[in-house]
Design a protein around this ligand. Sequence first.
Ligand code: SF4
Length: 441
Amino acid sequence: MFLSFFARIFYTVSCPRIQLPTMMTVQQKLEILADAAKYDASCASSGAKRAATPGGIGSTDGTGICHSYTPDGRCVSLLKILLTNFCTYDCVFCVNRVSSDIRRARFAPEEVVALTLDFYKRNYIEGLFLSSGIIQSPDYTMEQLVAVARILRQVHRFGGYIHLKTIPGCDPKLIAEAGLFADRLSANIELPTQQDLVQLAPEKKAAVIESTMGEIATRKDEADEDRRKSTLAPRFAAAGQSTQMVIGATAATDREILSTATHLYSAYKLRRVYYTGFSPYPEADTRLPLKPAPLIREHRLYQSDWLVRFYGFQASELTTPENPSLSLSEDPKTTWAKAHPEFFPIDINSAPREALLRIPGIGHKNVDRILSIRRYHLLTLGDLRKLHVRVKDAQPYCIAADHLPSAPLLAAATTVPDTDLVAAATQLDLFAPLSALTGSV
Ligand code: SF4
């Protein structure tokens, strides 16, 4: 059994404010540190590609893997753990903060390497998602994270996926090194606004976090430019960078959240912003809400994020200063369509791509299919059904060869409902045994 290699390991941690256990097995550490990592949602890996090397182990395909290790050893795709849940910072929303009374553990880099290789060889995982609490200093913590990736890549020639968290404020040289070994890097923005950080994460500064994102973006641009000149030039974080934002822990509105996300996408070329609804935890600070953020709010933010990135919407179009929250009862594209009756109906057989993208119920891939098909014949509602378009949602807003929406139909579609479905919806707890995360209901 692999874990017997690590029976009873002694360790020390240089953090004066923390009570240390003296001995802990790797299994015990794994239980604590895999559990501690579950609050980080920014672990999707789509976009990475790393070919197998002769004599090396593993390869990374472009398939999306976004699973995490479960302590009972069930088959998972990504070993998602913290190097340590010791942390010298005191972010109020985080269960790992220094003032939190929880069990603590810390892996040595070699232990994470051994676990990753062993799990990979057993086909439990396709890669590693590694984050960490901050111990001693940002530089020291980042050195430990980089050491794991370096040993995996250089000593063991590991070709699987690696996602490393970067520690904001660390030496840019460490980021440069991390990007050579990791497929994806991420620096968490944590909260939507600087005021939120002042309130709930006093040691964190938006400017420092953004400077780390800027460093990653610059290094990646330089590496991509070098690779255009020579395919022998080293890659840098081939799957780009991402970030995570906790929502619902403060009063920040959806408008502010989307504005921050849009700024990060454009300034630092992020591949993804992950929105994680705040989940209350036992004995949490009284400044935090008692109830979790509705899961449907997370969903609406992801839909809006998608509209901005792939449908040509501006974030500012999806909410208004007077009503800065997204509707929980309908998707943001439908809300926008109802508020802009002057824009509709759109003729699917002649309208430009940008207009088709605004019709509720028609996704961007179907827009491309419509553009291709209409070169040969005029589309009817029946054709849209064959494309799996949500015709019920789309027909009040579009003209087809056999369909012209009646004025009453369009008017009905543009009437904002006065009831909210949220009250009727049941919120699933992400981390309960029977939860949205496990798929069990
Ligand atoms: S720095 Fe990270 S791990 Fe530490 S308390 Fe803040 S959010 Fe938690």
